[in-house]
Write a protein that binds this ligand. Structure first.
Ligand code: KIV
Length: 276
């Protein structure tokens, strides 16, 4: 009864929140990626990715919008369902889209949809002071939560662009405080986007839960990147922290495996991918 049918032939058990906590405790880097469909999910899983996020970045890389703001709960459910079918070992997290968590009850309602209809094992929400009560409410109902700090793309129109966060000491201090408070409220993971290395390190040392960085330097517990960025599909200017893993390789699976390896041996991120 405790073994899922799809997992019966797996050489190692699927990743769960306990696995991720142990990886932090043992200093084993957590390799994470986004995915949006079943075929890529299968490749990402085969490459050894520990955690897969169905990010609202799908609004930009799949739907072609300029921001993540137009993405809906129905969009995330659709893509999460597809990704869930492609995964066997990786831990599946789904993003709560813009304005889907304005009150504790709305957040709980939508988180339940992402888990029951989409098959997500955890939900992620862009968090700050305004979300402490929401994270607490979700945690009280046993919804696993990944809190998202640093650059919060859903706030792009409020902050005036996609830019590095936490550069001044007061903002950095507030971010560390928010991470601690979110942990107290019951968050299971913190995702930290686009901050100087020093802030990545300070947040990682301040909390007991895993910290996954994207443009947050090498001293976090794990790394995540947008799938289309690392496969060289994204056109135009890409953020400083992106590395194209397709370079010199002849298949998406080889590139994804190289990414996982580079996270595990800490050769990614290199200094040229970091903010300091
Ligand atoms: O939506 C997304 O893809 C994200 C990234 C930070 C990984 O949240």
């Amino acid at each position: 009864m405790y073994t899922q049918l799809q997992h019966r032939d797996l050489p190692e058990p699927p990743v769960n929140i306990g696995t991720l906590r142990k990886m932090k405790a043992d200093g084993v880097p957590i390799a994470c990626l986004t995915a949006y469909d079943a075929s890529f999910a299968l490749l990402v899983d085969t490459a050894g990715t520990d955690l897969v996020l169905v990010g609202d970045s799908l609004g930009m890389v799949i739907q072609g919008h300029g921001t993540t703001v137009p993405v809906t709960v129905a969009d995330i459910i659709y893509h999460t369902r597809a990704v869930a079918r492609g995964l066997r070992r990786s831990f599946l997290v789904a993003d709560m889209p813009f304005m889907s968590y304005t009150t504790p009850d709305q957040a709980l309602h939508n988180a339940v949809l992402l888990m029951q209809e989409g098959g997500a094992m955890m939900i992620k929400l862009e968090s700050g002071e305004g979300q402490f009560e929401i994270v607490e409410h979700l945690a009280r109902h046993d919804i696993p939560v990944c809190a998202h700090l640093g650059l919060k793309p859903q706030s792009v129109h409020k902050i005036g662009g996609f830019r590095v966060q936490g550069r001044d000491p007061e903002a950095a201090r507030q971010m560390v405080g928010a991470a601690k408070r979110l942990e107290e409220c019951g968050a299971d993971i913190v995702l930290l986007e686009c901050v100087p290395n020093e802030v990545g390190q300070a947040v990682t040392e301040a909390v007991g839960i895993p910290v996954i960085g994207i443009g947050a330097g090498p001293q976090v517990d794990g790394q995540i990147l947008v799938l289309y960025d690392i496969l060289g599909i994204t056109q135009g200017r890409v953020p400083r922290f992106v590395r194209n893993f397709m370079q010199g390789l002849d298949s998406p699976l080889a590139a994804l495996t190289a990414y996982v390896q580079a996270v595990k041996d800490r050769s990614y991120p290199a200094p040229e991918h970091c903010f300091s």
